[in-house]
Design a protein around this ligand. Structure first.
Ligand code: ZN
Length: 467
């Protein structure tokens, strides 16, 4: 009998981590950071609930930090087995993990200044850039649709999950005494309405399925309505000459927004004279995206000219400008009309977007467009909820700009899309476990699935099942 233990993305959507044991070897599926409120992030500091010396391989579904971000921590503690992922994921985690290590070092330095003043013991960052380099040395990139034996009795196959570049659904074939069992881990499934990537591939058979349920309780607004609203806001801003600020995370949403702006430009509907991507990390990620246009969906790929290079994006959106250095970024503060600024962080709790907010929020003619989820307690959420004042480095900025929220650009499958994807299991219905969702999302999805003839289980943290 094989067994599976649920070590993360069980009480929420972060910290994705599952351990598979077939009696001969053990593999980890994902090893993500717990992210969110301070109490949630403290889970990263707890001792790992398994012996890392017994792990024979790690298999990553995709690059997002809530799926990959604890790997340098494990490697720093002695993990030395191969870490499997797709080629695009390999390129993306290099950028993401290095950024995460820099942030953790900076946070630890800041915290230690306080601790020194109050006579407390200093803390260590979760990991550093050396740990990230050691992690990258263990990475083994493999192609989609190419079965690989990753440990005795474990063979894996990656299918396109269409969530971010390189994201995968993981098929795991587990050898037992007399038979082969198949476990499928959905990873994060993409929104089939989103641009650039393919729809999640269908799977026809499995014995066990771990299904993400981030949007298990809701459907997205139709994309054509979202795009119309986006176009209307841009048009409105062009009439009164205001700047547009788009807070955006570096991976996925930024590239989708650039593509949508390119579509409008090509139709002659983008009146703004310039679009600044003001984030070194988002620039690096955008370059990786366009190196892998061969895994884009054929329509969007051909809309951009069908070649795997950076120039195709710049030809598609000729008003795009990259702003890498701090000096270039600061010069943008002098532009008071007619520009679009895309910068992180997506929830406005850090990054260059804060400077753009400082210089534009107080102007009535400015617009801020939120294209991603805003968690409770973040500055982004406060703006969405109608805050009248925005605080930045000791200064209070009056909020006079128009604030827009567009939920339709999500990178996750909606409830209906999750149910449709399950319809692919035509040969064998698997034993179904709902993971990677807030409690309400999982419970709502469980009820919706029941009405479609699917029984599902919501596992608890550290629960172990046999199959
Ligand atoms: Zn993800």
């Amino acid at each position: 009998m094989a067994n599976l233990t649920f070590y993360g993305a069980i009480e929420g959507v972060t910290g994705s981590c599952y351990l598979l044991n077939n009696g001969k070897s053990k593999i980890l599926l994902d090893c993500g950071l717990f992210q969110g409120r301070r109490e949630e992030e403290e889970a990263n500091l707890k001792p790992l609930p398994f012996d890392i010396n017994e792990i024979d391989a790690v298999v990553l579904s995709h690059a997002h930090l809530d799926h990959s971000g604890r790997l340098p921590l494990l490697v720093g503690q002695g993990l030395s087995c191969p870490i499997y992922m797709t080629y695009a994921t390999r390129d993306l985690i290099e950028v993401l993990l290095k950024d995460a290590a820099s942030l953790q070092q900076r946070d630890a330095e800041w915290e230690n200044k306080r601790r020194r003043r109050s006579g407390k013991v200093e803390i260590e960052p979760l990991y550093n850039l050396n740990d990230v380099e050691d992690t990258l040395d263990l990475c083994k990139a493999i192609n989609y649709h190419q079965k690989n034996i990753v440990a005795p009795g474990f063979e894996i196959n990656y299918l396109d999950a269409g969530h971010i570049l390189g994201s995968a659904i993981v098929e795991v074939y587990i050898e037992e005494q007399s038979a082969v069992k198949k476990l499928v881990f959905s990873g994060d499934l993409g929104n089939s309405q989103a641009a650039l990537l393919q729809d999640p591939e269908l799977v026809a058979t499995a014995d066990v399925l771990l299904l993400e349920s981030t949007y298990g309780d809701r459907d997205h607004r139709p994309m054509d309505e979202t795009l119309q609203e986006f176009e209307d806001v841009l048009e409105d801003a062009s009439q009164n000459g205001g700047n547009i600020l788009i807070p955006s995370f570096a991976v996925g949403r930024t590239q989708e927004i650039l593509f949508r702006l390119g579509e409008l430009y090509q139709k002659g509907k983008l009146r703004q004279q310039v679009v600044y991507l003001d984030s070194p990390m988002a620039i690096a990620v955008t370059e990786i995206y366009h190196r892998y246009q061969n895994i884009f969906n054929p329509e969007d790929r051909s809309a951009m000219g069908g070649s795997n290079n950076q120039q195709s994006l710049h030809k598609f959106l000729p008003v795009l400008r990259y702003s890498s250095s701090t000096a270039e970024s600061m010069a943008l503060n002098n532009i008071d009309s007619g520009a679009i600024f895309i910068a992180g962080s997506g929830m406005c709790n850090g990054g260059r977007i804060r400077h753009h907010l400082k210089h534009n929020l107080w102007r009535q003619k400015s617009h801020v467009i939120f294209v991603g989820f805003q968690a409770m307690g973040t500055p982004g959420r406060a703006l969405v909820d109608g805050a009248k004042v925005f605080k930045i480095v000791g200064e209070e900025i009056a909020v006079k700009a128009k604030i827009h929220t567009m939920g339709g650009f999500s990178a996750h499958a909606s409830q209906s899309q999750l149910i449709d994807w399950l319809g692919g299991f035509t040969d064998k219905k698997p034993q179904l476990f709902l993971v990677h969702g807030e409690e309400n999302a999982k419970l709502t999805l469980q009820t919706a699935l029941k009405s479609k003839g699917w029984n599902s289980t919501i596992p608890t943290l550290n629960q172990c099942i046999q199959f």
